[in-house]
Design a protein around this ligand. Structure first.
Ligand code: ADP
Ligand code: MG
Length: 212
C-alpha cells in the first residue's frame, strides 16, 4: 500500500508543490494526471524515494520513506520498485539483454538468464535479445524499459509518461502490457501521464493541479 498525506516538496529556491492525499492499495492501478509542470515526475520520484526532504508523509510498504537511511532506501528501492523513466534511460552502448543485466550486475546480484528470457518473451521482444538498443523501434525500446523495470518482480511499478512518444498501436500495446505484467506480479502500478489515450484503461486517477 502507498499512502500520501499532506505532502509538499520544495525544489531549491522554488515555490512549494503540494500534492493531494491519496491511497493506492497493493495491486491497484492508478494514473497521475495533470498538465506539464503540475508535479507528476516530482511525485513519482518522491514515491520511489529518489527525492527526499519532503514535508508530510509518504508511506510505502508500511515504511515512512523519510525515516529510512540512504542505504536502507537504496536496498528498498532495489527490491520493491521498478521505474520506467520519462526518457527510457537505456544504455545505448549495451545491447538489450545487457541493459537488463546492468542493475543486478551493479548490485552484485545473480544474473537470472531464465528470467531475462521469460520477461523478453512476455513482452514480445525475445528476438531482440542481442540487438543494439539503437536498432530497435521506439515501441520496442519502451518494452525493453518495461522489461528492465519488472525483472526483479517489484511490488510497485512507477512509470513516467511511458506512452507519450508512441503511436496509437504501440501506446495501446505498451499500456496493456504494463497492466498485465503488474497484475501477474500483483504489483501496484502508478502511471504518470498527460496522454489522453491512457485514461480509458485505468479508472483510478489522482489529479495534480498546476501551481503558480
Ligand atoms: P510534470 O512531470 O508534471 O511535468 P515536474 O514534476 O517535472 O512536472 O515539475 C513540477 C514543477 O517543479 C515545475 O514547476 C518544474 O519547473 C519544477 N521542477 C522540476 N524539476 C526541478 C528541478 N530539478 N529543480 C527545480 N525545479 C524543478
Ligand atoms: Mg514529467
Amino acid at each position: 500500500m502507498i499512502e500520501v498525506k499532506g505532502l509538499t516538496y520544495t525544489y531549491n529556491g522554488q515555490k512549494a508543490i503540494s500534492f493531494p492525499d491519496f491511497i493506492i492499495n497493493q495491486g491497484e492501478h492508478c494514473l497521475l494526471l495533470g498538465s506539464s509542470g503540475s508535479g507528476k515526475t516530482t511525485l513519482l520520484h518522491l514515491l520511489g524515494g529518489l527525492l527526499r526532504n519532503y514535508q508530510g508523509s509518504v508511506i510505502t510498504a508500511e515504511q515512512e520513506l523519510s525515516r529510512l537511511s540512504e542505504s536502507a532506501l537504496d536496498a528498498f528501492r532495489g527490491k520493491q520498485m521498478g521505474f520506467i523513466f520519462q526518457k527510457n534511460h537505456l544504455i545505448t552502448a549495451l545491447n538489450v539483454e545487457d541493459n537488463l543485466k546492468l542493475a543486478p550486475y551493479l548490485a552484485g546480484a545473480n544474473i537470472d538468464e531464465k528470467r531475462i528470457e521469460e520477461v523478453l518473451t512476455r513482452l514480445g521482444i525475445a528476438s531482440k535479445r542481442t540487438a543494439k538498443v539503437t536498432e530497435i523501434s521506439q515501441g520496442q525500446a519502451q518494452r525493453v524499459a518495461i522489461a528492465r523495470a519488472v525483472m526483479h518482480k517489484p511490488a510497485i511499478i512507477l512509470a513516467d509518461e511511458p506512452t507519450s512518444a508512441l503511436d496509437d498501436t504501440s501506446c495501446e500495446q505498451v499500456i496493456q502490457l504494463l497492466m498485465e505484467v503488474a497484475k501477474e506480479n500483483k504489483a501496484s502500478l502508478i502511471v504518470a501521464t498527460h496522454d489522453q489515450r491512457i485514461k480509458n484503461y485505468i479508472s483510478k486517477q489522482v489529479i495534480l493541479t498546476p501551481q503558480y
